[in-house]
Write a protein of this length. Structure first.
Length: 368
């Protein structure tokens, strides 16, 4: 694992290990404070409070969401908003944040009750006209964070109430109870949305008329406009820039990697591989293309069928491409999802380096 910070724990697996299976066994770690101790998280006493604009405040034990609600399984990719920050930093210009490569993502089976079922049990106490502007806020006060006393996030209430969005309170990952690293005993999973909203160690759900006021919702995880060049110039934009919700369509080249030496076959071909992710609700990924002439022409890649593919998962792809040595040793990839979202060549720069989805790239390749 590439460890970016040990306190708090932030690390990602090497790309080859990450892509060793369609369903991710380990995955990345993203934390804004220490991991809770076993004493701080007791399954027998842990409670999730459901309050705010509801008809009935609920105090749920972990047994309640497991035994009193239908269980729903969703296979989806969970992705840090800073995935590929290193690429924005090195191909555009310096950014502020952990130097994530392209392994801050995991594709897992998540199981638990839907958030909609939980909210239906509490009952939404809002006028119909208020619902489009309302939010569901999630909080964990188990550990203190670096920049706030607690961790919080929110999503639009409409998303929470839409069964097709498959928002769940996950109790299991890949058929096993969550461990502490991945949010034990319960966390939120919001398919298609930045991992920053998938609050771990969840202890409160609040229906409210505004976004979460937590630092990590209001002062982080925002794609600030390019005029926000540093901390001082960013100040006016924090209040006016919306928090990241849906992640953009993306693709990554896992083989070969930048700087590798590749062996061309007799026809000048080499096989390249990678993963691709749909944009928000736009999945599944329906097309991946690869170029060795800096985007002048594109070769259609083969998308592998894993049987579990749906609108929220990543896909693995592979392509055999021809190199013209005169064009240099660079490969680019671009993905397109079912809604027609396609990777741009050069997305706008932002100070925090979030949501980078420029063409996947392997450059400075050498030929054996």
């Amino acid at each position: 694992m590439a460890t970016h910070d040990s306190q708090p724990l932030n690390k990602e697996p090497p790309i080859a290990k990450l892509m060793s299976s369609f369903i991710t066994s380990e995955g990345y770690d993203r934390n804004h404070g220490p991991l809770p101790s076993a004493e701080q998280l007791d399954e027998g006493s842990h409670q999730v409070l459901v309050d705010g604009f509801v008809h009935k405040t609920l105090s749920l034990s972990i047994a309640d969401p497991r035994d009193s609600f239908p269980q729903h399984e969703v296979v989806c990719a969970l992705q840090c908003a800073g995935n590929r920050r290193h690429d924005m930093r090195t191909t555009v210009k310096e950014v502020d944040g952990i130097d994530w490569l392209d392994g801050a993502v995991m594709n897992c089976r998540w199981r638990g009750p839907t958030l909609k079922d939980i909210l239906n049990r509490a009952g939404i106490n809002l006028e119909t006209s208020q619902i489009p502007a309302a939010h569901v806020a999630f909080a964990s006060e188990v550990v203190e964070c670096e920049k706030d006393l607690w961790y919080g996030a929110s999503i639009p209430l409409e998303r929470a109430l839409d069964m097709s969005k498959e928002v769940v309170l996950a109790l299991e990952r890949n058929g096993r109870p969550l461990d502490i690293r991945h949010g034990f005993p319960v966390r939120v999973i919001v398919p298609g949305v930045a991992g920053a909203r998938a609050v771990k160690w969840l202890d409160r759900i609040t229906v409210q008329l505004q976004e979460s006021n937590n630092f990590y919702m209001q002062r982080d995880y925002k794609a600030l406009p390019p005029d926000a060049k540093d901390g001082q110039s960013a100040e006016p934009f924090w209040a006016t820039t919306p928090p990241v919700q849906e992640m953009p369509v993306n693709s990554v080249i896992s083989h070969p990697r930048t700087g590798d030496t590749v062996k061309l076959d007799a026809s000048g071909r080499v096989e390249c591989r990678g993963y691709a992710l749909p944009g928000g609700d736009g999945g599944p990924v329906v097309k991946v293309e690869v170029s060795t002439d800096r985007g002048k022409t594109w070769t259609l890649a083969e998308i592998e069928n894993h049987g579990d593919d749906n609108k929220w998962t990543w896909v693995f792809w592979k392509a055999s491409v021809v190199f013209d040595r005169k064009m240099g040793g660079t490969i680019h990839s671009r993905a397109t999802d079912a809604l027609g979202n396609t990777q741009p060549e050069d997305p706008p720069w932002n100070l925090r380096g979030v949501c980078y989805n420029g063409y996947g790239e392997a450059k400075d390749l050498k030929f054996a």
